[in-house]
Design a binder for this molecule. Structure first.
Ligand code: NDP
Length: 339
């Protein structure tokens, strides 16, 4: 039987911080990345937990992310925008620095946007969403990626897997949060099918000639497809417009040109929007938070589950019993420290 070790969130975070410090990351970069990857592992999001350490280190070794960057938040210009320059570092370090200004503006003005430029983003988006809902604000977060997805009706990789996440704060329970790629599945899923010798479901991918394929090898040479056909394709295009072109940063095709590979983490910008539900609902009947609860109850009442409920259950389990790591994961963490 596979042996499993249980570690506390704090212990795992310290271990990941030590790995990044040994690789030359400064405290801002290493700390922010350790926090999001630990959170991924804690919440049983294996694709965005310690699995990402290797890619993070590979991107650093290739010189494609500045692991000693000190992000900067621009002085307040009186607008609803907060501008953070990640200085070529990870988006998460810039986000942590800029969050107080975003929250303050969203509360004062009713809504505010945080623009992060010149950053690398390889993490899940829900940690950023939850950092905002924790302040009683609703949030939307989006960023491009690199060109691996064909637009619906197209034949070649052009859009990124472009994740989109939303959060709504709840007073007495975990927030309502969803967070997903706008591709039909994560690219890693295609790779996992290839390794397992399994065919892909229909509708996931095109081969290099632009024909539909269920062969994972052919799909990796070709393009993935957006979720929901033309609807996902349009949302993904919106993300290229809002979180790349509008904020003066790289689009997914430009990111791929810059990196020349999909084996390193993408560098681009990120757009984060924060809304005060009370400010929007002011003067109207009904408390928006109470009305939201009635909405959630009606959804759950049909037998549906809310997004992130699986994650919050996993979080509670990790808090009670520790985060479980397999023998090979523990060995891998030790190897990273001594590499
Ligand atoms: P999924 O398709 O797994 O969907 C995830 C979301 O849907 C979660 O909020 C999940 O909640 C919810 N969900 C799943 N099943 C149900 C259900 N039956 N009922 C209600 N809600 C449900 O996500 P993806 O594979 O598309 O994306 C995974 C992660 O990858 C995301 O965190 C995303 O940010 C990240 N990503 C990051 C990129 C980057 O460049 N930084 C690029 C692309 C993706 P729950 O977790 O509780 O199951």
């Amino acid at each position: 039987m596979m042996s499993v070790t249980r570690v506390t969130t704090e212990a795992l975070q310290q271990q990941i911080e030590a790995i990044f410090a040994a690789a030359g990351f400064n405290a801002a970069q290493g700390g922010a990345m350790a926090r999001v990857l630990t959170a991924g592992e804690r919440d049983h999001c294996k694709s965005h937990g310690i699995y990402r350490i290797e890619g993070t280190l590979r991107t650093a070794m290739a010189g494609k992310v500045n692991v000693s960057a000190e992000p900067v938040v621009a002085p307040d210009d009186g607008s609803a925008l907060v501008r953070a320059d990640a200085k070529g570092g990870f988006a998460n370090a810039a986000f942590e620095l800029a969050l107080p200004a975003l929250v303050e503006k969203a509360r004062r003005l009713g809504m505010a946007a945080l623009v992060i430029n010149d950053c690398t983003h390889l993490a899940a988006l829900w940690p950023e969403v939850e950092a905002i809902t924790a302040h009683g604000l609703a949030a939307m977060v989006m960023c491009p990626s690199y060109a691996t997805v064909a637009p619906t009706g197209g034949t070649k990789p052009f859009l990124g897997t472009n994740p989109f996440a939303f959060g709504w704060p709840r007073q007495d329970s975990d927030p309502y949060v969803f967070d997903f790629a706008t591709s039909v599945a994560a690219r890693g899923e295609v790779e996992l099918h290839r390794r397992a010798g399994k065919q892909l479901p229909e509708g996931w991918a095109l081969d290099a000639e632009g024909n539909p394929t269920t062969d994972p090898e052919a799909a990796l040479q070709g393009a993935m497809l957006p979720f929901g056909g033309h609807k996902g394709s349009a949302i993904s295009t919106m993300i290229e417009l809002m979180a790349a072109i509008m904020i003066g940063d790289m689009t997914s095709p430009e990111v791929l040109d810059y990196l020349g590979t999909t084996t390193l983490a993408p560098r681009h910008g990120e757009l984060i929007l924060a809304f005060s539900p009370e400010a929007f609902a002011r003067g109207r009947a009904g408390d928006p938070f109470a009305r939201a609860e009635a909405l959630f109850e009606a959804i759950i009442g049909q037998g549906a589950r809310l997004p992130s409920q699986r994650r919050f259950r996993a979080r509670a389990e990790s808090a009670a019993e520790g985060i479980s790591l397999t023998e090979s994961e523990t060995a891998q963490l030790e190897r990273f420290l001594t590499q």
